[in-house]
Every structure is written in structure tokens, then in C-alpha cells.
Design a protein around this ligand. Structure first.
Ligand code: PMP
Length: 383
């Protein structure tokens, strides 16, 4: 019959099209990788449908949670280790040790890279770090040193503890092993990996059409590297916005030029004294990596824990995008920034890590959020 002929023709067209798209996909596949280190970077960019529809802008996520160690910190850990090798501080083939003070993601990435490249990892962290991050470090066989939460001027603070442990190894009689202090806050290799990798990838993946870039700031490495690269290409056409959680001083720094500001009392409460469920971003001091990014930051947006919690559930239910707290903060900031931009503007956020790393703290709260929560209700969240 005519219908059968038409159906057969349609089928031929459809299968030719799918063969073409399969060929295109296969053509893009990379050859076998020689180790976990070669899986790092080249992460996808994904349009967040729910937020794009609701805001009238195009909201994209750079999916750093697709890295093998689960976050953007894989790039940083690899960059720091490679730089240390180049300086002769780490010796391939020796059981040298990388020391770091970190509340989680970077420790997991350093442990991952060390295992992949034949080194050891020694991680100092505050004892309130989420249970799943601790468990992951244990699974990776890292040496773990738990300290109590403290300010950076306290010698017991985890970054200082890591530095001291490293010094101890290097001053010991044991010449078979050397230690290197990764020092992600001050290490120049941090922002450079984002300048050389994350930034150019985003630019290429979106054909250079980007109106706003939004990221939180822990060390500042991500925003420094990406913003610097994108600003060099796009200049004033691009707005770089820092998304900042409760208790962090960066917001006031960007808005008013001071970390602690009487205009907003919140900035006077140190981050480690605030009962926050958001991990990985927010700080009350200016680090080398933040300084590298500061000239390229146009504005800052404050996001509450409650907004982040509601946004995380919103993205999970509406997009199948299961994210951690810092990604949720960036997504809330994206909605706020979208309201200030012309319709159709393109906004890129960093999707830093997955929700599975935040089950016991952040997602315990997010579980209580209704499935049908609207974006207006997400934004109304304050604590
Ligand atoms: N999100 C998570 C989950 C993190 O662990 C970190 C880094 N501590 C960030 C975001 C912020 O990235 P950066 O250190 O590059 O500012």
C-alpha cells in the first residue's frame, strides 16, 4: 500500500539520520585512556531546562561533577601534582607524599591523583566534614588527620596542620620520601588549570556566546581562571558574578571592597562560626587565588542556605540534576542574575559536585522540601 511505501521511506530517512548521528558520536570518542588522570577535564555543558524556561534566559551548567573524582578539584589536584613534578618536588617512581588541608573535594581529588600516579596522600580536615566525604577518603586509602574547626590564625586549623605535617616529614631523617604541601588556596597552579582548561572549554562549547558566568569561591581558583580567560575574549560583554553563601566575606569584599563590613552584620561572623550546611565555598580571607580573580569579578550575589536547599530539590525533581550545595548556590544566583539580563541571555554556572557527596548534611535538609516547590518558593527561602 501507499502507506507502507511511505512508512518504509520514512524508516530509511530515519535510520540514515541515526547512522549519521552515531557516526558523529563515534567520531568524537577519544582513544583508550592510560589512567584515571587522562579522564580529567573536557566535561560536558548542559542546558538546565527548568531554569531556562522559568527565566527566559539560557542557563547552562558546566558539568564538573563528571570528572572521575567527582568534582572540578580533579583538575586542580592534577595541576598541582604536575607542577610539583616539574619543580622536582615530587619524583615519579618514589613514594612521595602530597599533604593538603581541605574540607573534602580537593582531598578526594588529591587522593585519586596520587593513587593514579603512584604517590601517597595525607589529608587534614575539620572533624565536622560530611561523613560521605570522609568515607570516600578512607576508601581511597588516604592518611586522614582530623582537627577541630578553627580560624586560619589558629595553628590547629586544618590548612596549618597540613603544612606542619609536611614540614615534619621533610625535616625527618627519612630521606626515602619527600613531602609536598599542595596549598590549594595559595598555589598558582590552581587558577591556571581553570584558565587553561575549564575556561577555554566553556568558551568553545558555547561558541563564545556567553553573557554571564557565575561561580562560588572557595579558594577562588575556578572563578579566577575561568573569568580571566572569558574576560580576555569577551571583555565588558560578559558579566562575572560571584555567588556567596551565608557567613562568607567575599560578598562584602566585591560589593564594598572590605571583607568585614558594618553595613551587613553577617560579614562580621566568621565562616567557621556560622552553622552552615553549605560546604566548599565561602571564606573570610583573601587568598592568592581569589586575588587572581578579583579584577574580573563584576558583581556578587548572596544566597541563603535555605534557598540552596530548595533549589537542590527543585533541580533534582525538575531536571534529574542531582547536585551538591555549592552548585545549588550557583543555580540560585543564576536565577537572580537572569532577572537583570535581557531575555535570551546566556548564563553559565559551574556544577561543582554531585548530591551524593552531601547526603548526610545538605540533602538531609533538602529531603524535607516538597517536590512541587516552585521557583518563587525557592527564592523566598531565607534563614
Ligand atoms: N564547590 C565545591 C563542592 C568545592 O569543594 C569547592 C572548592 N573548595 C568549590 C565549589 C569552589 O571552588 P574554588 O576553590 O575553585 O573557588
Amino acid at each position: 500500500s501507499a502507506a507502507a511505501v511511505a512508512a518504509a521511506a520514512l524508516y530509511r530517512v530515519a535510520s540514515a539520520a541515526s547512522a549519521a548521528s552515531a557516526a558523529r558520536t563515534l567520531g568524537e570518542l577519544a582513544p583508550p585512556r592510560r589512567g584515571v588522570d587522562e579522564l580529567i577535564g573536557n566535561t560536558p555543558v548542559m542546558k538546565i531546562k527548568s531554569l531556562s524556561q522559568a527565566t527566559g534566559c539560557e542557563v547552562y551548567a558546566k558539568m564538573e561533577l563528571c570528572n572521575p573524582g567527582g568534582s572540578a578539584k580533579d583538575r586542580v589536584a592534577l595541576g598541582i601534582v604536575r607542577a610539583a613534578e616539574q619543580q622536582g618536588l615530587l619524583r615519579p617512581g618514589f613514594p612521595d607524599v602530597v599533604f593538603e588541608g581541605t574540607s573534602g573535594s580537593t582531598g578526594i581529588s588529591i587522593a585519586t591523583i596520587c593513587n593514579a600516579l603512584g604517590y601517597r596522600a595525607h589529608i587534614s580536615l575539620p572533624d565536622d566534614t560530611s561523613a560521605e566525604k570522609l568515607a570516600l577518603l578512607e576508601c581511597l586509602g588516604a592518611h586522614i588527620n582530623k582537627v577541630r574547626p578553627a580560624g586560619i590564625v589558629d595553628p590547629e586549623q586544618y590548612v596549618n596542620a597540613a603544612q606542619r605535617a609536611c614540614d615534619r616529614l621533610n625535616q625527618s631523617r627519612d630521606a626515602s620520601r619527600r613531602g609536598v604541601f599542595a596549598d590549594q588556596f595559595e598555589n598558582d597552579a590552581n587558577w591556571r588549570v581553570h584558565y587553561q582548561g575549564t575556561g577555554p572549554e566553556i568558551y568553545r562549547q558555547l561558541d563564545g556566546r556567553i553573557d554571564a558566568f557565575i561561580a562560588g569561591c572557595g579558594t577562588g581558583g575556578t572563578i579566577a581562571g575561568v573569568a580571566r580567560f572569558l574576560k580576555e575574549r569577551l571583555g565588558g560583554r560578559l558579566r562575572v558574578v560571584l555567588a556567596d553563601p551565608q557567613g562568607s566575606g567575599f560578598y562584602n569584599r566585591v560589593k564594598y571592597g572590605v571583607m568585614y563590613d558594618r553595613v551587613e552584620q553577617e560579614g562580621t561572623r566568621r565562616r567557621h562560626q556560622v552553622d552552615t550546611i553549605v560546604e566548599g565555598i565561602g571564606l573570610n580571607r583573601i587568598t592568592h587565588n581569589f586575588s587572581q580573580g578579583e579584577p574580573f569579578i563584576d558583581d556578587a550575589v548572596r544566597v541563603t542556605d535555605e534557598q540552596a536547599v530548595r533549589m537542590a530539590k527543585f533541580l533534582s525533581v525538575n531536571d534529574g540534576l542531582f547536585v551538591g550545595s555549592s552548585t545549588a548556590i550557583n543555580a540560585v544566583a543564576a536565577v537572580k542574575v537572569a532577572a537583570t539580563l535581557p531575555p535570551g541571555s546566556r548564563i553559565v554556572i559551574i556544577a561543582c559536585d554531585s548530591g551524593s557527596r552531601h547526603l548526610s548534611k545538605f540533602w538531609k535538609e533538602a529531603l524535607g522540601v516538597r517536590n512541587d516547590t516552585t521557583l518563587e518558593e525557592v527564592l523566598a527561602g531565607s534563614k
